[in-house]
Design a protein around this ligand. Sequence first.
Ligand code: EZ4
Ligand code: CO
Length: 402
Amino acid sequence: MRIADVKVIVTSPGRNFVTVKITTEDGTTGVGDATLNGRELAVSAYLTEHLLPLLIGRDAHRIEDTWQYLYRGAYWRRGPVTMTAIAGVDTALWDIKAKAAGLPLYQLLGGRSRERVLVYGHAQGATIDETVAEVGRFLDRGYRAVRAQSAVPGTQGTYGIGSDGDRYEPASAGLPEETIWSTPEYLDHAPELFAAVREKHGFGFHLMHDMHHRLTPIEAARLGKAAEPYRLFWLEDPTTAEDQSAFRLIRQHTTTPIATGEVFNSIYDCRQLITERLIDYIRTSVTHAGGITHLRRILSLAELYGVRSGSHGATDLSPVCLAAALHVDTAIPNFGIQEYMPHTPATDRVFPHDYRFRDGFLYPGEEPGLGVDIDENAAAEYPYEPAYLPVARLHDGSMHDW
Ligand code: EZ4
Ligand code: CO
């Protein structure tokens, strides 16, 4: 089954998405998500200028060989742009293979390990009271796990607080928004949020919180300790994750479980975190960690060390990524939880899919392949719009991690 055509489709139904669509000589098509928030066109150019010429005429069934060819063959390895581009191709090839087999993808990954995929929602509010009420709305809708974020007094544009109700969308049109961050205020505020949520809603659901890489290891350790009475499912991205050994210090001080890895693009980014058991959940995604082929390798390593999955599923990961993630989640033994932020109706229209949410769980589609497609006519109605993630500065004007 030779590859006859590869298209890179950039569309912006509310936000930008980059999609790889591969067609084989017999007319089978497959799709892969290659969206890198705020750097979409770099991936699109990498795909069109550098990968597309290598793919035409290749055997679509040789997924592993194609992965190795694009990764090892390139000499320049890893990095978010390269790995996101490879992921787009890899995911599309898995879609094609599963369609050719007439099976939903999870069957090719070993079959079902579970009946349904536990997801968590993202509750946000301008005040603690608002966030507490939002958590209640998620619980009313059947969610069994909720991540709570609340604006920090004295800062402006806190991470995790949006204006679109159920959705949190950090990127915005034009140049990057400048936000203000203050760690002391945040460290006082976060435990109050956890206390208020548990006081109102009790302990009968999983509660998580995202620190978005903003603390030093010792600050993160302090928050982890302060959070212990509220029994969090996880604290996410406590500190900048380039420095893997920094997590040792957090680990020495707290029993609050730690999740990280949404910005990782290869197994080497998390090898020490996993093999030294410095984290409990690895958040690498299909789209940003080299596709299904490489993500499975990361998750197999994690399985050996008792680390479970907690795949990133923010709105900048397209329905194609979510569909692929649900097949992986269904098949692997060491699944933990899946992030779920519903997309806008416009995005759902561009990417028709057959996964469904019910009672706090997602169910992957049963159609052959990933169970998701791109409607190219609908996609063409939404041209690319330049957009950036925000940046953060401290009160003295110096740059901080966003
Ligand atoms: O800021 O996906 O857990 N979710 C997150 C996200 C990230 C965006 C960045 O592209 O931290 O909201
Ligand atoms: Co996060």
